[in-house]
Design a protein. Structure first.
Length: 274
């Protein structure tokens, strides 16, 4: 698989950040016509609510135009609002989430072992994730179309994030990369970087040690892992949905998202080198 090259503008960027997880620059990915994604114009991460003062200063230094926050109101209540960055347009654009609903998050954080087994065991967690990825592709056409048109006009450099920076942000980045002519293998290679242990969303669970549902229980962690992991089959479900519904990325971008050839050209001029 094609690996993402390190942006020269943000060397070891991820290691600089303490309170922001799963951050990276998409610069260097091979795209259309032999060009590459321009370094310093397209970023992804987890939420910015816990950014330290030093994190904030670093993010300010990137010269971002827009931050797309795909979290919903329940996420923001749980994690907090993003830190304020100088001169940045903040766009909250809630997308579907595998853990939508306060009830589901309550179960994740407080449910006992019996409840977790009933809801997540025997492949049910994986099925939930795959269903969510399919749903985001088919039901969030307006939102994804807006993101691409905004970037084609003036909304870059851009940072996209949700809570973990894996699912909602991951799919929005994947859609953007499709529009830039990045092949699916390279998109998958970037997506799977979110599976690294140090990039995963930090799970906080209520539970008394020894009762079988505490955060250190191997069975609990195994039950929850599919929800917080990046897996090739999840992204593949999104790509399959595009093929099944529109016959491929070209019609998806044009008919599903309403992206005109002129807008696609402008998007590529803004975000690609060469």
């Amino acid at each position: 698989m094609t690996q993402q090259s390190q942006s020269p503008q943000v060397p070891q960027a991820e290691s600089r950040l303490v309170g922001v997880r799963n951050f990276r620059d998409l610069g260097g990915l091979p795209a259309a016509d032999g060009r590459r994604v321009r370094p310093g114009v397209l970023f992804r991460s987890g939420h910015l609510a816990h950014a330290t003062e030093a994190d904030t200063a670093y993010l300010d230094s990137l010269g971002l135009h827009t931050v797309f926050d795909f979290r919903n109101a329940a996420d923001i209540k749980l994690e907090g609002p993003d830190v304020t960055l100088r001169g940045v347009r903040n766009v909250n654009l809630p997308l579907s989430d595998p853990a939508d609903g306060a009830g589901f998050w309550t179960m994740v954080r407080e449910g006992d072992l019996k409840t977790l087994r009933e809801l997540l065991s025997e492949g049910r967690a994986e099925k939930r994730m795959i269903g969510s990825y399919r749903s985001i592709i088919t039901t969030r056409l307006v939102e994804h179309g807006r993101i691409l048109r905004d970037m084609a006009e003036d909304s870059s450099p851009v940072l996209m994030h949700c809570s973990a920076g894996k699912d909602r942000a991951g799919l929005s980045i994947a859609v953007t990369l499709l529009a830039l002519g990045v092949d699916q293998e390279a998109i998958e290679a970037d997506y799977l970087q979110s599976a690294a242990a140090h990039r995963r969303y930090k799970i906080w669970r209520k539970g008394a040690p020894g009762d079988g549902s505490d955060p250190m229980s191997p069975e609990v962690m195994a039950l929850l892992l599919p929800l917080f992991d990046a897996r090739a089959e999840y992204l593949a479900a999104a790509f399959t949905t595009i093929e099944e519904t529109w016959g491929g990325p070209e019609r998806y971008l044009a008919e599903g998202l309403g992206l005109s050839p002129e807008q696609r050209d402008r998007l590529r001029e803004r975000l690609l080198t060469g």
